[in-house]
Design a protein around this ligand. Structure first.
Ligand SMILES: NC(=O)c1ccc[n+]([C@@H]2O[C@H](COP(=O)([O-])OP(=O)(O)OC[C@H]3O[C@@H](n4cnc5c(N)ncnc54)[C@H](O)[C@@H]3O)[C@@H](O)[C@H]2O)c1
Length: 458
């Protein structure tokens, strides 16, 4: 059984903690916990004790001491994005394998350091691209791998974040570009990774536009919130603000953040209309791929609803995936409870054929059901990874590099080449499938494609 240590014990770490104490307690043993905040360290230690485990606890200054004393097989990195690189590098130098949260890192120097440390140590690095693992997105990958729509030539990918989820990136460390790389890196790394993985290739050139059009002081004023404070806690405009976060109303947020803020001054609920925010909330990118595909990508973070739409236009047809994660949020900014299940539709249309609306697999849990499948893959017994779900440092770098190039394009106004941004990054194993340049084109025959079984034909 593998031994694990976790560094960074905030929101995301709870998922890994829960897995090692719950569904995967027979697959791994938690031996060490590390965080710069003694409050969150104590909270995680208490959760572990309740789960019957007593890992050794260390402050950030004793991370290396933790590695030497507890000798974990794997280190799980769940610190803020700008701190991934130093922790990943130190863990691999100490001989540990690493599971890191996305994005791999926020800048080219961090990516180069991680790739060099991986090469020198030979350790394994897995990036937690949970979106890949969802059953519906995996089915979409199957569609593309089958070659049913021929060679993909164009892609359109639109992602909407609603005012509950999207606003959250403007409350804390994500809102500083130096800490998160902005949403082009922090959030879009998921989407750029999906594009790379679905297309089975790597990007070459990026041209981007980005603005902050909504989370601005002027918008707070326009919404009648002129008397707002610097954070939701104690804000005079709290009751009137649809963007408030009620930390006191959540026992979890109170324990994880409010009760720990005396140690480091980390506010979970800074005002989303602060002048100091320097990331974009509205972004567009044109991405050119090595295999000739051009993708048109858009992300907005202030929508009334949440979801996405991705379309691939191929030489033999078209495939579209539409998702509604949430249709609306409450006027006070909270989620409508109980949260309804996500709605997905996949439409595949072969050239000169009818539209097939696919029968979809069951998916439960967060991120389209991706979290649970990813945890089973990370912690459970090894099995054949036929769709190439597991992402390593190369996939982490290629996806983060799109965001880094987009950020560079925002500054220069020009297209940015990915080659040379980080050095030589080999192409990842994206499992492009049996369909390749030499695939035999044949007359469309629905019986050749198992995913069309049970489809509705329009
Ligand atoms: N894949 C996903 O769907 C998903 C979802 C949420 C977050 N994430 C990722 O997880 C990571 C953590 O995000 P979060 O929302 O949990 O943030 P968070 O702020 O809730 O937690 C970060 C933790 O790191 C600790 N920390 C800060 N500086 C540190 C240091 N120098 N040394 C040790 N610990 C330090 C903080 O005290 C805090 O406990 C990020 O990289 C984020 O991108 C991924």
């Amino acid at each position: 059984m593998k031994t694990y240590a976790i560094v960074g014990l905030g929101h995301r770490a709870q998922m890994y903690l829960g897995a090692l104490l719950g569904a995967h307690r027979g697959d791994g043993v938690l031996v060490g916990l590390c965080d710069s905040n003694p409050g969150r360290l104590a909270y995680a230690a208490a959760v572990a004790r309740e789960g019957g485990v007593a890992p050794a606890c260390y402050g950030a200054e004793d991370f290396d001491v933790m590695l030497a004393a507890t000798r974990p097989d794997r280190v799980i990195v769940t610190v803020p994005d700008y701190l991934h690189a130093p922790y990943i590098v130190r863990a691999m130098q100490a001989g540990c394998d690493v599971i890191t949260e996305k994005p791999l890192t926020v800048d080219p120097a961090g990516a180069a350091a991680i790739l060099a440390a991986q090469r020198a140590s030979g350790r394994s690095l897995i990036v937690g691209f949970n979106y890949r693992y969802s059953p519906v997105r995996t089915l979409f990958k199957q569609v593309l791998m089958s070659g049913i729509i021929g060679h993909v030539r164009n892609a359109t990918f639109e992602w909407l974040l609603d005012t509950n989820h999207g606003a959250d990136y403007f409350r804390r460390w994500h809102r500083g570009k130096a800490h998160s790389g902005g949403l082009f890196v922090h959030k879009a790394t998921h989407h750029f990774d999906l594009l790379n993985w679905w297309l089975g290739t790597v990007p070459q050139r990026v041209t981007a536009l980005g603005r902050r059009v909504f989370y601005r002081p002027e918008m707070g004023d326009a919404l009648g919130l002129q008397d707002r404070g610097v954070r939701c806690t104690g804000c005079p405009a709290f009751a009137r603000c649809g963007f408030r976060l009620d930390v006191a109303g959540s026992a979890h947020l109170t324990a994880l953040y409010a009760e720990a803020e005396g140690h480091d001054g980390y506010w979970r609920d800074a005002c989303v209309f602060s002048a100091e925010i320097d990331i974009e909330d509205s972004m567009n990118a044109l991405i050119e791929y090595a295999n000739g595909v051009v993708a048109n990508y858009a992300l907005t973070a202030y929508n009334p609803c949440e979801g996405y739409r991705v379309v691939f236009d191929g030489t033999r047809g078209r495939a579209e995936l539409r998702n509604v994660e949430r249709r609306a949020v409450n006027p006070d900014g909270s989620l409508i409870l109980p949260v309804p299940p996500e709605e997905d539709v996949i439409v595949v249309q072969p050239q000169f054929g009818r539209q097939y609306v696919l029968k979809l697999p069951e998916a439960t849990g967060l991120h389209g059901g991706g979290d649970a499948v990813m945890l089973a893959r990370l912690f459970g017994p090894a099995s054949n990874d036929e769709y190439g779900h597991v992402a390593d440092e190369r996939a982490g770098a290629w996806s983060a590099m799109v965001g880094m190039a987009a950020n560079a394009s925002l500054l220069s106004g020009a297209a940015v080449e990915l080659a040379g941004l980080v050095g030589d990054v080999p192409q990842p194993d994206y499992a492009p499938g049996p369909f390749g340049p030499d695939a035999v084109w044949q007359v469309f025959d629905a019986s050749r494609y198992p995913f069309l079984q049970g489809a509705t034909v329009l």
